[in-house]
Design a protein around this ligand. Sequence first.
Ligand code: GUN
Length: 295
Amino acid sequence: MATKIISGTEIAKQIREELKTEVAEMKEKHGVTPGLVTVLVGESPASVSYVTAKQRTAHDLGFHSVQDNQPEDITEDDLVALIEKYNQDPAIHGILVQLPLPRHIEESRIIFAIDPDKDVDGFHPVNVGKMVIGEQCFLPCTPAGIMEMIIRTGIETSGAEAVIVGRSNIVGKPMANLMLQKREGGNATVTLCHTRTKDMAFHTRRADILIVAAGRPKVVTADMVKEGVAVIDVGVNRIGKTPEGKAILCGDVDFEAVKEKASAITPVPGGVGPMTITMLMKNTVQAARQISGIA
Ligand code: GUN
């Protein structure tokens, strides 16, 4: 069976073209430019590279984009005050605080400080709650991007066994939730595995759709999947550097071996990553529309 390599890069490109047209129209017809601020605390290389990619995309789409770098030792109170400033700023429609934050800052306090109407990450409890009950809201970008990939690739989810590895608030929990909802890309029977799962392979071998966000390189091997599975690999692991100093990346799935059994699989890089960024842009356009009262 020929394996389909699901190119997040290609799907993201299509969506960005759609967004570019939408942004141009918003500017022309309504005088509204979507505004996104990305707040980066400290200088972790992974976070710097994610935030740079987000800003570059926002700029390419014609957004008003602000990169706000804060020192590693910023206090929690000062960070909350900064968010409150952006909550009040009419030129900013979306606020993203790159995670993880340094240990002395309680992430939940920062996330709760973001105005839910500007919470383009979909991490505020108001948006999380709305997502769980299927109300219109900002969906977290990685799960939203995965749903979009699954739908646009034509992977059948209704009645499928969907197995998710990883229970983070950013990926695993919302992913499980979206896949079991009565909606396009949903209606799956969902199993959520995590570090305390007794026999991971027992579950992954049953999967028609396997979504892996374990945060460890190549934890899913070929013996852990069945023939014909569709695999979405959320992992981005830095496993070394090229002689030029560029990071060498690999996913949480042993791509070369697993692709021999899979019907479809996402690569790393070029899979989920570009989709996550694109969904952030989509959420920001949605925020700008809602805040500006554009239907
Ligand atoms: N760190 C890893 N993924 C994400 C994300 O989707 N949003 C934010 N804010 N931080 C992250």
